[in-house]
Design a protein around this ligand. Sequence first.
Ligand code: IPM
Ligand code: MG
Length: 384
Amino acid sequence: MSYKLVTLGGDGTGPEVMREGLRVLHAISAKLELAWDVDDIPCGGQYYLQHGDRDWPEGAEARCDAADLILLGAVGWPSPTGSGPVLMKDGKMAGFSPVLGNRTRLNLYANVRPVKLYEGVQHRIHGANKQVWQPGLVDMVMIRENTEGLYTPAGGKLSPGGRTEVAIDTRVITRRASEQVIRHAFELCRRRNKGAPKDGKLRVTAVVKDNVLHGCQLFAKIFFEIGAEYPEIEKDTAIVDAFTQWLINQPEYYDVVVTTNMFGDIVTDLASVLQGGMGMAVGANVGAKHGMFEPIHGSAPKHAGKDKVNPIAMVLAVKEGLEWLGQQRGDARLGRGAQAIEAAVVELLKAGAPLTYDLVGEAKAAKCSEVGQWLAAASVRLLG
Ligand code: IPM
Ligand code: MG
């Protein structure tokens, strides 16, 4: 029996990191006797420029719906004619379908982003004392609602006489989606059973703006309703603007963080500086039945085609995907594979080479593919 894997390499450096993620996956799969039926779907801004009317092929939705596991590289490509990304005729970013389309169509309601500073990695906050955060002090999971909020496609532009005068985005917060993602956060906190690095307490923090916004008041209310079912977990709320300071000042206070879509988009990029940058940051888009795993860095057009960028986030996305699928299907081989991949990453970061420019500077930089080859070999070795 084989698992159906859909790969969505996407734009720019997306397919380059995907290649390394798959290299690692196939290497351990041979040893674990795991078989994959891989369906690669081209997509993104570059696809749209070539095809003129779609950001992925007709029928791609059904192929994703049928997958056991989806891996995504990155989408988004600069417009050759204007500023910003290539947009489709309906005004959506070309690359919308594989990312935001899949998140909503497959009800991948939780976007789970681990923020962990591994030993040997320097955080990217500049200043005199670059080593101020020790690895053990940054180890939290951020969970972002992934289907609604300010991303709800309810809005538009008013353009009397052809000139746009007003643009409206409507932020929708529903009880249903809030309950799903908040419950996911409490369940994860319980399962992870790690607590915050500062005091070892199991803690879920809801990041809101409930002093101003109706939607955040509802989100906070539901947070405490559901939280009551988890008496062993401390309930904490933070107003998003203040939270951005505390995240950087005292990351050790956070264990699991849950928030709405747009706030989550912003604070997880911010949090990536605590873990060594976007080359280290992973996003798991999960729902009850489906899962799509991605590095959260973008397509980095200026680095595309140079075999240069850091594949570790993509490799860790493969790890997260295996862990999730293993739990879904009760297949212990997948969990073993995930553990071996993370152990390989930990070993590489401690060893300090081969690593890419973002971690060790241009002078000592290895290629993306060298890192992938090293990780593939180490993962197989660590499977024992
Ligand atoms: C992310 C990305 C996406 C988002 C973009 C590519 C639409 O920034 O996954 O965080 O805004 O969610
Ligand atoms: Mg983002």
